[in-house]
Design a protein. Structure first.
Length: 217
């Protein structure tokens, strides 16, 4: 996770179209070995969709940008690219701590209000306030009309004398797939950009998840 100590922050996560394929070689040994044991609870949870009740829905008023985004439960929810039904994000939310006495998770420990930034409603402002009253985080969400990019302009208002540490917690959902297993889409390719905020993204246009009832045209 990325750590920020400034009161005024900006996040920019660029969504790329290229895919990165990684191959891992495992040496083969002729020595006898015990049969591999399956991990308990495998292959993991089924694919699922994010919270349907959205606080915000936005995009750019220009055909150059192919990005749509939503906010649900006060935090960044789906980010759709390259089509409007292909999500790559589960949530992006904040973790706030003073390093010793408390650690807050945005969806659990903050209340929020939502307002439109522009008359068209495509830009969204979320004001998240700690239930303790110790701080308030204001985030403006908007897309770059010239690029496939979602921007977040963040302002932290500290109501105490604590040395607040603010982190971004990114839970990716590459191509909307949940991973291995017959009910899921299996492995997927992605592009990882080592910028201020790491992002795992997919440019595939269709989900392979058998558990999904939604399909791309």
């Amino acid at each position: 996770m990325q750590r920020f100590n400034r009161r005024s922050l900006k996040f920019a996560s660029a969504l790329g179209g290229a895919c990165l394929a990684v191959t891992v070689s495992i040496p083969y040994s002729t020595a006898s070995a015990a049969p591999p044991a399956l991990a308990p609870g495998g292959p993991g949870a089924l694919s699922h969709f994010d919270l349907a009740r959205k606080d915000c829905l936005g995009t750019a008023a220009d055909t150059a940008s192919k990005v749509w985004y939503t906010v649900a439960g006060g935090v960044l929810s789906d980010v759709y690219y390259p089509t409007v039904d292909n999500t790559n994000v589960e949530t992006l939310q904040y973790i706030v701590t003073d390093g010793s006495t408390f650690t807050d998770l945005q969806s659990r420990d903050m209340t929020y209000t939502v307002s439109a930034v522009d008359p068209g409603g495509m830009e969204c402002e979320v004001s998240a306030t700690a239930k303790s009253g110790a701080y308030r985080i204001v985030t403006d969400y908007f897309t770059d009309p010239a690029r496939n990019t979602l921007l977040m302009q963040v302002r932290v208002h500290n109501s105490t004398h604590s040395n607040l540490q603010v982190y971004a917690r990114f839970d990716a959902s590459v191509n909307g797939n949940g991973g291995g297993g017959v009910g899921n889409g299996g492995s997927d390719s992605s592009t990882v950009r080592s910028t201020r905020l790491r992002a795992a993204l997919s440019a595939r246009r269709a989900t392979a998840s058998a558990n999904s009832t939604r399909r791309t045209p």
